[in-house]
Write a protein that binds this ligand. Structure first.
Ligand code: IMP
Length: 428
């Protein structure tokens, strides 16, 4: 095998700016693959002052001559996918060739309804704060072996049978458990058939597409959505998403073997954010938190919700490095810290007098920890025009070195602004 794969993972709670890092790296690869999650993600890429937000399409779609793949691990909202493709076509930017895995599961209308119902049923205090895109219920059906896959949209008989079976069960839940009206078969079936017709040219064997590219020496980029701490196994369960954003999930969700992966880049924001409920030890609820939110435009790309903001958490970052085997870091939004005189960075947690160096996904532990901060010197200079590490003020360089020293991982990319060109490349 001549070709190789690399993985991009979020090292925090998602929204680390993976889209712009994938966009930066996409020019160097042949195939870009989404491997998990669904339209709950929102990857923003800004090119020539124009903004593109991808919820489902891989962030490599703006490059011509590439193949973009939606892997089996993704849950696909077909209408969202059609809308994104249409938008790119209208803007004349549908440059890459798209392959959607026939084994990827379809988010059906009832999944979205159930997502909302389940959240309502959990109520205040227990609510997860999902994006209500039907992600959890769709993965439930996948694991329960009753889900509908992209390939099923292309076979009317199978589709009819599967929707009939699923609706029978879902309608019982909707009417008898939640007291809602049942959903009509006809509308859903017709809609699904139409999705199949429109998406048929794209449905194929994703794993084979990737393999063939690597066989002929191609380089493949596996693009994660969400982040390590939202991983259903390794995150802050139950306040997580329903897939595996960590690097292990990349192999399963794309259909490639681990031995093909030669680099795992963790994307880490220079501070921390979280949307939805759940523990967030370094959350900053005061004015400084508002300042990070305003300056960093920290509002969800999918739901528009204000993101909770706080400081860089090295305990969590070291954990992300461990569970994904991260070999390189991409630091984003360093420019947002400009002007903060003294920057808090959490080095360890304090819990009932004890010091915790290792992150725990156990909520009983995590809810009771306090962050122990080291303060790093800030900088005042505008760094948005810096294009090399040497251009940065010493304090900003020290911030980067500090992260490298305490994770043992080199920082190879630094984002100093939202534009494609505002990326410092260091030793890639
Ligand atoms: P779900 O993925 O919609 O089920 O939401 C589960 C949790 O993951 C919620 O806390 C969401 O806010 C969070 N989440 C899902 N997708 C993203 C994302 O792309 N960025 C940040 N948080 C996300």
């Amino acid at each position: 095998m001549k070709g190789r794969a690399e993985v991009i993972v979020g090292a925090q709670w998602g929204d680390e700016g993976k889209g712009r890092i994938v966009d930066a790296l996409a020019s160097r690869v042949d195939v870009v693959v989404r491997y998990q999650g669904g339209a709950n993600a929102g990857h923003t890429v800004i090119v020539d002052g124009e903004e593109y937000i991808f919820h489902l399409l891989p962030s490599g779609m703006l490059y011509s001559g590439k193949a973009c793949v939606i892997g089996n691990g993704v849950v696909v909202d077909p209408q969202q996918l059609i809308d994104e493709l249409t938008d790119l076509q209208t803007r004349g930017k549908d440059r890459a060739r798209l392959v959607v895995s026939g084994s990827a599961h379809v988010v059906m209308p009832y999944h979205k309804v159930l997502d909302g119902m389940e959240e309502r049923f959990r109520g205040a205090g227990k609510r997860i704060g999902t994006t209500r895109r039907g992600i959890g219920p769709c993965y439930v059906d996948k694991v329960n072996r009753s889900g509908i896959r992209m390939e099923d949209l292309l076979n009317e008989e199978v589709l009819r049978e599967k929707i009939t079976f699923n609706l029978e069960v879902k309608n019982m839940i909707l009417t008898r458990v939640y007291g809602e009206d049942p959903l009509a078969f006809g509308t859903i079936f017709e809609q699904a058939r139409e999705w199949g017709e429109k998406l048929a040219p794209y449905v194929g064997d994703a794993s084979l597409t990737i393999w063939k590219s690597m066989e002929s020496g191609g380089r493949v980029l596996l693009e994660g959505a969400q982040g390590t701490l939202l991983d259903v196994d390794h995150g802050t369960y139950p306040y997580v998403t329903s897939s595996n954003p960590t690097a292990g999930g990349a192999c399963v969700g794309a259909g490639v073997g681990p031995s093909t992966v030669d680099r795992i880049t963790g994307v880490v924001k220079a501070y921390c954010t979280r949307v939805g409920e759940g523990s967030f030890p370094t959350e900053e609820e005061g004015d400084l938190g508002d300042r990070l939110r305003d300056k960093g435009h920290e509002f969800g790309a999918t739901t528009g919700r204000p993101r909770r903001c706080g400081w860089l958490d090295m305990v969590a970052l070291r954990y992300a490095v461990r569970v994904s085997g991260i070999t390189a870091l991409a630091l984003t939004k360093l420019d947002i810290l400009t002007g903060i005189e003294s920057i808090p960075v959490c080095m360890e947690y304090l819990a009932e007098g004890a010091k915790l160096q290792d992150f725990s996904g156990n909520l009983r532990v995590l809810e009771n920890v306090k962050p122990h901060y080291t303060h790093l010197e800030g900088w005042k200079e505008d760094i948005s025009e810096c294009r090399s590490l040497e251009d940065l003020p010493k304090a900003a360089r020290d911030y980067i070195s500090f992260i490298e020293k305490h994770t043992g991982v080199p920082v190879v990319l630094v984002g100093v602004g939202p534009g494609r060109e505002q990326t410092i490349v260091n030793g890639l």
